[in-house]
Design a protein around this ligand. Sequence first.
Ligand code: NAX
Length: 328
Amino acid sequence: STTPLKVAVTGAAGQIGYSLLFRLASGSLLGADRPIELRLLEIEPALKALEGVVMELDDCAFPTLAGVQIGADAEEIFDGVNLALLVGARPRGPGMERGDLLSANGAIFTAQGKALNKVAASDVRIGVTGNPANTNALIAMTNAPDIPAERFSALTRLDHNRAISQLATKTGASVTDIKKVTIWGNHSATQYPDIFHAEIGGKNAAEVVNDRAWIADTFIPTVAKRGAAIIDARGSSSAASAASATVDAARDWLLGSAENDWVSMAVRSDGSYGVPEGLISSFPVTTKNGDWEIVQGLEIDEFSRARIDASTAELADERAAVTELGLI
Ligand code: NAX
């Protein structure tokens, strides 16, 4: 199609935005033949910086970039969008309690959910990157009653990609040989990166690794705490890798996941694998034509069960907290 895909990005002047916009505009999402129109949302004080970013986008003369609109009004920016990437969020400031963080973000994601509900295109897909991503997605979804719940997802693709990379390094395999890695639960330190169903060159990954202690004591914590390690080394949180994962997730959602593989996406639980219904929790999913389906029938042993339960219990706590705050 030559009709531009209208893609909204929130928090567009932030550090993820500085990488994400250029990837989107250069054709990483749908290829070089499909034009893209960017709709960039920021808060008032960041609009001047965003104008600078748009000057740079102009200066790239991207053939795929059909237009850019910026603003601070969600209803104007989300008007007719086919894809909304909700990246902007309120970071935890000094002395901020978890409740403060949830209410600050609740204000953002209730308003954006309502605006999307009102003005987005009927085929809209919404991906939430801004933290706490799962619960922000739950808030936006609940505040957009006319948009089907399965159009909302939160990003765990960065964790998924991190898991693939760690596994490749450990085994000497190339990343393209590694399939069927799963991130379960929350995009937080409680997440469970699962390689018991993963494959390396067609063989079971856990058997190839053949080192339970490495899985439990090195692999899982390295993936789950990678964000903190990046902050420690770089002095700021993951940005280019988060942008890259945001593009990967949106591309696979719209165009479909690879044959004989799956991806990790945090989506509304239907109760599969004992994950409480209604939580936005990460699952192994296949995607096709803009729809996702949770991979069924995987055997979950005690080791995995305990870790999935711990992460989904944290999500249930977050849901209880935002329910109490009246955000959903
Ligand atoms: P920055 O602080 O650099 O940028 C965030 C931007 O959002 C700012 O420019 C701010 O003005 C804007 N913003 C705030 N409220 C807004 C609103 N109501 N409407 C529109 N824009 C608004 O953060 P950055 O490093 O870009 O990270 C963005 C979010 O991604 C954070 O919440 C971060 O925690 C989260 N991350 C999520 C990851 C994931 O895998 N799900 C990984 C990377 C990242 O940590």
